[in-house]
Structure formats: structure tokens, C-alpha cells
Design a protein around this ligand. Structure first.
Ligand code: GLU
Length: 255
């Protein structure tokens, strides 16, 4: 946890005072994945590491905690993490519980189906009794519930569990942000494809404890620095591949 006197201290409970504790996903290839050897990699991890560095914490002084979609606010509110970099969309309802730095990336909701599926071409096809998987506590699951009431939505704890269910024919499609789905598709060449257009705008922010304005501001400074010194672009190319996506401009930071 951030040491008292660093000027950044959140009202955290526990942990090693010499370390900063960061919440990330462990199972989202391209964004944030824990490899079999225990190391972490991905765009969110690169952003999280860069920010930690700017706050004075080298990589060996970062403690990583898994932050599944449904637990992010809770982890921040309980002081179990200093900040969360976990494909975490900035929304008004989340802002009632936590604060956000950023945004540092834009994504949008989409659909992943099996590569041989010719039936599902977009959200309209889901109304035909298709079984759709998303994750508890995520904005995509909420959007389906609110806007597509005819869809059979199954909520799992992680997107990787949804993707395995898709592979095994237990469900017909997975929905979440396109960057996440593209990561799973790239990991299993020939197995899956994205279909339809983006149907939301997800602005990825870095979650901090509500009211910790000094940390929120210093993380904004770090993101800005990452964008200016070329590290943001390098991380994008490294994790998403220059060939498949044109490198976008980073979204403006909301101070
Ligand atoms: N960005 C969306 C969210 O924050 C979906 C991705 C996720 O669940 O991490 O809920």
C-alpha cells in the first residue's frame, strides 16, 4: 500500500507499506493476462506499471491483485487496492462509489461468436432466443439487460469462462468490449469471430478510492506523460499488433 507521508496515502487497511497494490484482470489476453510463470502482460498492465513508476514504485514494488468486473468498486472501497486498471469503463453510476483518472483508452461493446456461425450478425439476431454470455457487474451485461430484454443473458464471473462456454456450444455468443473480444479471437486462431458494429462507447479509466483527489490527479499526470513520451503508442503496438488496428489517438483526459 502507499506509504503514509507519501502524500498519496489512501485510507487503506493492510499490505506491505513498501508496495503499491494494483487491481487488474488476469485472463484478458492483449489487455491483462497472468501467464503460467506468474508474470503479467498486456496493455492495461503496461499502463498500470507506467503509472506506478511515476508514483515512485518500480515493478518489483507492485503487488498485483485480481480485480474481476464485479469486484472492482468493492476492492477500492475496502482499500484492498490503490488503483484499478482493468478495462474499467467510466460511468456515472460507478462514479458514485469510486473516482476515475483518465480515460486512457476507448473501446465499444461488440459480439463474439464461433467462426462457423452464420446466424448471429449483430444485436438484432440475439432476440431469436440466442444464449448470450457476459460478466456480472459489467456495463455490457447491464446494457443487454436494459435494452435487449428478449435475449437470454447468462452472467459468469469472467470473460474467459464465457469464451470456454462458447467453444463448447453451451452458449451462442459472448458480449463485451471489442478490444477484449479481439484478444480472445487472436488467442484461438480460426475458432471465433467478432460480428456487428460497436454498440456502445466505453471509456477506460483508472479507478481510485472516492475522494482521493491527489492520487487521481497524479495518475492523470502519469497517463499524460505516457502519451507524450511515446510509451502509450509503443504499448498499444506491442499488445494489439500494428497490423490489425491502426493506432488511435488517446482520448482526452478528463481533469
Ligand atoms: N468495460 C466494461 C466494464 O467496465 C466491460 C469490461 C469489463 O467487464 O471489464 O464493465
Amino acid at each position: 500500500m502507499l506509504a503514509a507521508g507519501s502524500g498519496l496515502s489512501v485510507a487503506c487497511t493492510a499490505h506491505d507499506p513498501g508496495k503499491i497494490t494494483v487491481g487488474v484482470k488476469f485472463d484478458q489476453p492483449g489487455l491483462s493476462v497472468k501467464r503460467p510463470d506468474g508474470t503479467l502482460g498486456g496493455f492495461d498492465v503496461d499502463v498500470a506499471r507506467y503509472v506506478a513508476g511515476r508514483l515512485g514504485y518500480p515493478p518489483e514494488r507492485i503487488a498485483w491483485i485480481e480485480a474481476p468486473s464485479g469486484q472492482r468498486e468493492m476492492l477500492l472501497r475496502n482499500g484492498q487496492v490503490d488503483y484499478v486498471v482493468a478495462t474499467y469503463s467510466i460511468t456515472d453510476s460507478r462514479r458514485q462509489k469510486v473516482d476515475f483518472s483518465g480515460p486512457y483508452l476507448l473501446a465499444g461493446q461488440s459480439l463474439l461468436v464461433r467462426a462457423d456461425d452464420t446466424d448471429i450478425t449483430g444485436t438484432a439476431s440475439l432476440q431469436r432466443h440466442k444464449r448470450l454470455c457476459s460478466v456480472s457487474g459489467s456495463t455490457p451485461a447491464q446494457r443487454i439487460k436494459d435494452r435487449y430484454p428478449g435475449v437470454q443473458l447468462q452472467r459468469y464471473d469472467t470473460y474467459s469462462a464465457c469464451v470456454e462456454a462458447l467453444r463448447n456450444n453451451a452458449i451462442d455468443a459472448v458480449t463485451t468490449d471489442d478490444v477484449i473480444l479481439a484478444g480472445y479471437a487472436a488467442q484461438s486462431p480460426g475458432a471465433f469471430k467478432l460480428v456487428g458494429d460497436r454498440f456502445s462507447e466505453e471509456k477506460y479509466g483508472i479507478g481510485v478510492q472516492k475522494g482521493n483527489e491527489s492520487l487521481r490527479r497524479r495518475i492523470n499526470d502519469a497517463i499524460e506523460q505516457m502519451e507524450h513520451d511515446g510509451s502509450w503508442r509503443a504499448a498499444f503496438i506491442d499488445n494489439f499488433g500494428a497490423a490489425e488496428f491502426a493506432v488511435p489517438d488517446p482520448p482526452p483526459i478528463e481533469r
